[in-house]
Write a protein that binds this ligand. Structure first.
Ligand SMILES: *Cc1c(COP(=O)(O)O)cnc(C)c1O
Length: 354
């Protein structure tokens, strides 16, 4: 285990926290006072430090800028009802970061370094974890290539950082999604399962085309036939058809969401029928037509559950059942919130208290 003393700490002279209106936080624009940094050189993570949040200095030839050798994670910390700090399933994020790292030739970040850095940073910026019900601190760990070298090869040097920002309990409006049948997010053998920076840049253009048509997001389909569902934006996709919860199985093209896993775990615990399998567009559209499609939603850290109210497919829009009628997704959202706030028993050991 790493010792606290291995992280040097330089505190801000004056906290910015008084400038923040915690009842009205714009997402992803307001950062907490401090950030964590570690540098990878000569095969090891060194110079662990916490310092004021500020701009970085990078060589113009830094390979991350040119070739995108960069990965990230996203998780949240909550203030429980009793005022303690709880991080939701951080070890699952540490493990996934390293899966992404392997695929992108980035060195592993040891779990104890990840956890230690997270804990020390949150202890220092604990006042930034909102205590209004539902609000939370979004945590963004990331690793990127640092070599000052314009040739294409895995970098020899890297930086691991963690920044955090308070976010509102923004109740997510139900979304309109369009089934994408032309563009592709990820193909078999590619990097879809990794939280790798370039995956998101490549998805912007197709998403913008859909937004011009009035949809919020895309429902991605497989690269080969555009016949099977994959996921949506930065969320995994789930359907309830005839009281069965169905979600695409997570292969090499789908990001294995921790929210996805939590939702499936709760559903199974409640005795619901759960299927992780390939699911065709045809099956869902037919279910929407004959009224057996009861629910559709995205699952991800940002919103936990984002209800889908409308699905567009080949020039036709299918309107889904009213949100109040959605027994499962409403129940699972409530159950997850209750676990995070400490109101319900943490039966699966998801909360990491600091
Ligand atoms: C992060 C992400 C998700 C959701 O993962 P969570 O761990 O639940 O937040 C789903 N799909 C993509 C593409 C993602 O980047």
């Amino acid at each position: 285990m790493l010792e606290t003393s291995e992280i040097s700490v330089q505190k801000v002279e004056k906290s910015k926290i008084k400038e923040v209106d915690f009842n009205n936080i714009p997402f992803g624009r307001v950062y907490s006072d401090h950030m964590f940094i570690a540098d990878y050189k000569d095969g090891e993570w060194t110079d662990l430090r916490i310092q004021p949040y500020e701009n970085l200095s990078l060589a113009p030839a830094s390979s991350v800028i040119h070739y995108g050798q960069s990965i990230f994670e996203g998780l949240k910390a909550y203030k429980t009802k009793s005022g303690e700090t709880a991080i939701f399933r951080p070890k699952a994020n540490a493990a996934r970061l390293n899966k992404s790292a392997e695929r992108m030739c980035i060195p592993e970040v040891p779990e104890d370094l990840f956890m230690h850095a997270l804990k020390e940073l949150l202890k220092l910026d604990s006042a930034w974890i909102p205590d209004q019900p539902g609000n939370s601190l979004y945590i963004r760990p990331f690793v990127f290539a640092m070599d000052d070298y314009i040739g294409i090869k895995p970098s020899d040097t890297y930086r691991f950082m963690i920044i955090t920002c308070p976010v509102s309990s923004y109740y997510t409006e139900p979304v309109k999604v369009k089934i994408e049948t032309k563009y592709t997010r990820a193909a078999e053998g590619g990097t879809g399962f990794a939280k790798a920076a370039g995956n998101y840049a490549g998805a912007l253009y197709p998403a913008r085309q859909a937004q011009k048509l009035g949809y919020h997001q895309l429902l991605w389909t497989d690269a080969k036939e555009h016949k099977y569902f994959e996921e949506s934006g930065t969320m995994n996709i789930m359907f309830v058809i005839n009281d069965t919860l169905i979600t695409p199985e997570a292969g090499s093209t789908i990001l294995r969401g921790i929210t996805r896993d939590s939702v499936l775990t709760l559903a199974r615990d409640w005795g619901m029928k759960v299927e992780e399998r390939r699911i065709t567009v045809e099956e869902v559209i037919n279910a929407a037509k004959d009224g057996t499609l009861q629910e559709a939603f995205g699952a991800g850290t940002a919103a936990t559950i984002a209800h889908i109210k409308l699905i567009g497919y080949e020039d036709t829009d299918y309107t889904l059942p009213a949100i109040e009628e959605r027994k499962f997704s409403n129940k699972v959202l409530k159950a997850m919130d209750a676990i995070k706030s400490g109101e319900a028993e943490d039966k699966f050991g998801w909360l990491h208290m600091i």
